[in-house]
Design a protein around this ligand. Structure first.
Ligand code: TXA
Ligand code: MG
Length: 320
């Protein structure tokens, strides 16, 4: 049975018993277990039907605790932690032996972050172990940004859903890798690359899957809606398509399309605010997916700041 509630004590009890608890974060809900116990972590992979080679992010609440789980903390990582943690940024660093192989997919690095959410920070401060937590959705589906999303997709597979309201950022964390001379962004996310570079200088961007860095966030079919989903210039698409306008769903940044029924359109930010658009993106994809239409069409977002993370998620959603 799955219980939804706001009771940190209950969440702690389940976690201590080795069970799964969904936790709210500022990015998306996570499906959490004691990261130091192989048996508990295994349950995450089973519940999500996630391949074991796909490593997990661990969550904790302080720089001191991060130090227990990584061999070394480069100065640039410390600077970023001081500026952006708690917040939507994950650090991939050389792990200590405390972190079991199941968490890291056998890699010698671990991904670690301090989430920015009051309930989850209080929870973490009362635990003497970190929480391994991927997004709380079945593998390949859209990440959850509300407790109800978790309930709809993982009911019975998770003991407790800690309800912390809607996720403020709504997009997963930015992942930055410290295994090379120049830090490398493995996934665009809630902290803009521009802001990172303002603190630590130039970073590299992972362009494609490289042999020795496992970054399965880069797997093609991710965040997949059930409907056919394309990203394109919407005006041009509407001019050229033969599809009946009642059978088209629209995901728009800031503009209304007059030839499409209003009930088939979601406008993410009338004020053209990329943060607002990001926070509504996943919930809007879920809502559009419920429409009785033939195709969902999204525009390409401005490729700056959070727009990079939005475009990345849209591309993955459209690839299936
Ligand atoms: O915002 C987030 O990061 C959310 C919340 C719950 O914290 N979590 C999340 O987890 O997005 P998940 O499992 O959906 O994505 C984790 C990503 C994967 O793309 C994985 O490849 C990468 O982190 N990752 C984890 N450990 C890694 C490692 N050692 N080296 C490289 N990439 C790693
Ligand atoms: Mg995920």
């Amino acid at each position: 049975m799955t219980i939804i509630g706001k009771d940190i004590k209950k969440a702690i009890d389940f976690l201590k018993k080795g069970e799964l608890v969904a936790i709210p974060t500022e990015t998306v809900y996570g499906l959490a277990a004691n990261a130091l116990e192989e048996k508990s972590v295994k349950k995450i992979f089973e519940a999500k039907e996630r391949p074991f080679f796909n490593p997990l992010i661990i969550h904790t609440n302080s720089l001191e605790k991060i130090n227990e789980y990584v061999e070394e903390l480069p100065e640039k990582a410390v600077n970023l932690i001081k500026n952006f943690s708690p917040g939507p940024i994950t650090f991939v660093l050389k792990k200590t032996k405390k972190i079991p192989d199941i968490v890291t997919g056998g890699n010698d690095t671990v991904a670690i972050r301090i989430p920015k959410h009051d309930l989850t920070l209080s929870l973490l401060s009362e635990l003497d172990f970190p929480l391994a937590a991927p997004s709380a959705n079945p593998f390949g589906f859209i990440s959850p940004t509300k407790a109800i999303h978790v309930f709809e997709q993982l009911n019975k597979k998770v003991s407790y859903i800690l309800d912390g309201g809607d996720c403020e950022v709504g997009l997963e964390s930015t992942i930055i890798y410290f295994g090379e001379k120049t830090p490398k962004i493995l996934r665009f996310g809630g902290i803009e690359v521009e802001k990172i570079e303002a603190i630590i200088g130039k970073v590299n961007i992972l362009e494609k899957i490289e042999k020795n860095i496992i970054a399965p966030g880069q797997l093609k079919s991710h965040y997949a809606p059930k409907h056919k989903f394309i990203i394109t210039d919407i005006d041009k698409f509407l001019l050229e398509t033969d599809i009946n306008k009642n059978n088209i769903g629209i995901l728009s940044f800031n503009k209304k399309y007059d030839s499409i029924p209003i009930s088939n359109q979601i406008i993410l930010s009338k004020e053209s605010n990329l943060h607002e658009a990001g926070s509504k993106l996943f919930d809007s994809l879920r809502e559009l997916d419920k429409l009785n239409v033939e195709i969902i069409v999204s525009e390409i977002f401005p490729n700056i700041g959070i727009g990079k993370a939005i475009n990345d998620r849209l591309k993955r959603a459209s690839s299936s």
